[in-house]
Design a protein. Sequence first.
Length: 308
Amino acid sequence: MSELSVNHLLGIKYLNENDIQLIFETADHFKEVINRSIKKVPSLRDITIANIFFENSTRTKLSFELAEKRLSADIVNFSAAQSSVKKGETLIDTVNNILSMKVDMVVMRHSNPGAGIMLSKHIKAAIINAGDGAHEHPTQALLDSFSIRERLGDVAGKKVVIVGDILHSRVALSNIFALKLQGAEVKVCGPKSLMPKHIESLGVTVETDLRKALNWCDVANMLRIQNERMDVSYFPNAREYTKQFGLNMSLLNSLDKEIVVMHPGPINRGVEITSEVADSSQSIILDQVENGVAIRMAVIYLLASKIK
Ligand code: CP
């Protein structure tokens, strides 16, 4: 199989296990390319990609832009803050205007869950979801699994705990789908107030004791508290949260085994994770960022090869 089963990357929910393996094998190749002295390939010289970001981003936006440039695609960047969206233009009108400039692919981040799904029903271009509200962040989950595979050899059979603000996290949902599809065991850990109802229906178990969760796992993915998505208080204060769910060096060193520590970024240093842990040899946070470029090159390349 050398083709994805989908024409868009709207969420991990729409992928199968073969799609993930194909993306990883393609990313292996591109990772080798971006570590050469000449980091560019001419693969997408005839493809134009619009990066449309309605929400802030550092890693994802830069990573997509770099991936597109490494593939020699033409790119246009759109940031809602400086656009006619501020004058009341709708999402579909905005995107259709961009597409009439002959754009083949749209990479979109939007605060509304399902924004990419809605768009895919109205426009012809291939769409990549770069994060839609608290719904999915598929390329983040792909780069997370790719980084686990790189560090531990495989994702199947590994025990992964996702810690923190599960309720507001698109990273958590996409990671759960991706990890389960590859045969990992998944636990979620955090305050009850930040745990979605019926989360067990996704095939994960819930643990509210961080030490127990860490002693169980091979990998801990520490999530950021998403203050920007909270309209009420979900825990007393940041200090209380850190006491119960923060990862520091003394906790890490007291565990039964050496675990791998991940974080999707941006990090609230000293809240969900201390600087010492983030910068330790057990942390693969910067590997995740590096792998993001190779994963996004793979996704763009595979979707572009399906454009008629
Ligand atoms: N991990 C992630 O999505 O980071 P950004 O919000 O900076 O893109």
